[in-house]
Write a protein that binds this ligand. Structure first.
Ligand SMILES: [Mn+2]
Length: 353
């Protein structure tokens, strides 16, 4: 029905021309390209990688997406009919592809550490140009071309702009548009975060012009969970959530909890957001006992910044309202540290009052 409206919106050019030129020159000069994204890929990492890969293949390039580790099951609908390589499951093959590539692109992460040590060693060792295309703060200097835009909602939005500004929109089709749409939708909480400024809607409008199935993409990427995940999350909220002073929430899941509910990667996705739907709760923390560490995720609302806490205490970082980190020690020690942080936060609040 919307197709009767005129398609007149122009998307502003924001990537500097020198970077676009270098990007295009490098792509023109090579035939083999590797596209990588961060560990535990999310909708944006996968959406942007698949979209760019498909465009490059349509241009006649031999392009391969290499993801560091197994994708969460929830993203498998995105990769139907698309071949990609999972590094952790096929190190030999992935290593050969990396050794034979002429160009490496790093999407949706800001430093090589985010792909894990063994994949990082191979990427760093490859003596080929490396192009960063990302929206995280503080990109490291280990790339030859930096297309870094932390002000953007998502890497998928950045890829759309890059294709637009490179004059490559003719290569965009329904599948490419769907991948980018998912990336923007998932990284913006379906356009609910403050990162969704007006032009994001315009970019999504442009993507809709390719005839994407929006209700299906929303249902599959934002509103579908495996039954065991629903049960694990319900159990966590009912039995493993502590509320402090009516305003902070802590959820912990240890190995035994995860085993009981047959936990798989991705099963606790968005669990950390759930406590924030209670009126006065504006800081939520989730700790999960992984094989090598306690994985810590934090979400917040309003003035409360969690990236600094994750950087200072949990070797991590992220955005003001969404951050993550890791704790090396027992769950009990992690929880004790959490309570220390709570005391500190409360004291700071008293001082500001
Ligand atoms: Mn992203």
């Amino acid at each position: 029905m919307w197709s009767k409206f005129e398609k007149t919106v122009m998307i502003k050019r924001i990537i500097d021309e020198a970077s676009i030129k270098r990007f295009k020159d490098i792509v023109d000069s090579v035939s083999h390209i590797v596209i990588t994204c961060h560990k535990t890929a999310d909708g944006d990492a996968m959406g942007s990688s698949l979209a760019l890969c498909k465009v490059l293949r349509k241009m006649g390039k031999n392009a391969t997406v290499i993801v560091p580790d197994q994708l969460p099951l929830s993203l498998s609908f995105m990769t139907k009919g698309f071949d990609y390589v999972t590094f952790s499951r096929n190190e030999v093959m992935a290593g050969n592809i990396i050794r034979n590539t002429q160009l490496i692109m790093s999407l949706d992460y800001n430093e090589m550490d985010r792909v894990g040590q063994s994949m990082k060693t191979l990427l760093v060792g490859a003596k080929v140009p490396k192009i960063l295309i990302d929206h995280h703060l503080n990109p490291s200097k280990e790339f030859d071309v930096m297309i870094s835009h932390p002000e953007l909602s998502s890497t998928s939005e950045l890829i759309y702009r890059l294709l637009d500004e490179s004059g490559w929109l003719d290569y965009v089709d329904q599948q490419v548009a769907s991948s980018l749409f998912i990336g923007i939708m998932t990284d913006t909480g379906n356009l609910s975060f403050s990162s969704s400024y007006p032009e994001v809607y315009h970019v999504m409008g442009k993507l809709m012009e390719y005839g994407i199935d929006k209700p299906y993409l929303y249902k599959m990427s934002m509103d579908t969970v495996p039954l065991n995940s629903l049960k694990l999350q319900s159990y966590a909220l009912l039995n493993k959530m502590t509320i402090i002073d009516d305003s902070f929430a802590l959820i912990t899941l240890d190995k035994a909890d995860l085993a009981t509910y047959n936990y798989k990667t991705g099963d606790t996705e968005r669990l950390v957001n759930k406590p924030l739907s209670v009126k006065n709760i504006h800081w939520s923390t989730f700790m999960r006992e992984d094989p090598n560490c306690i994985k810590v995720s934090m979400r917040s609302e309003g003035d409360f910044a969690v990236d600094e806490l994750c950087t200072r205490y949990f070797n991590g970082g992220g955005h003001m309202h969404a951050a993550a980190g890791e704790f090396y020690g027992s769950m009990q020690e992690a929880v004790e540290l959490y309570y220390k942080i709570v005391e500190e936060v409360k004291n700071q609040n008293k001082q500001t009052i």
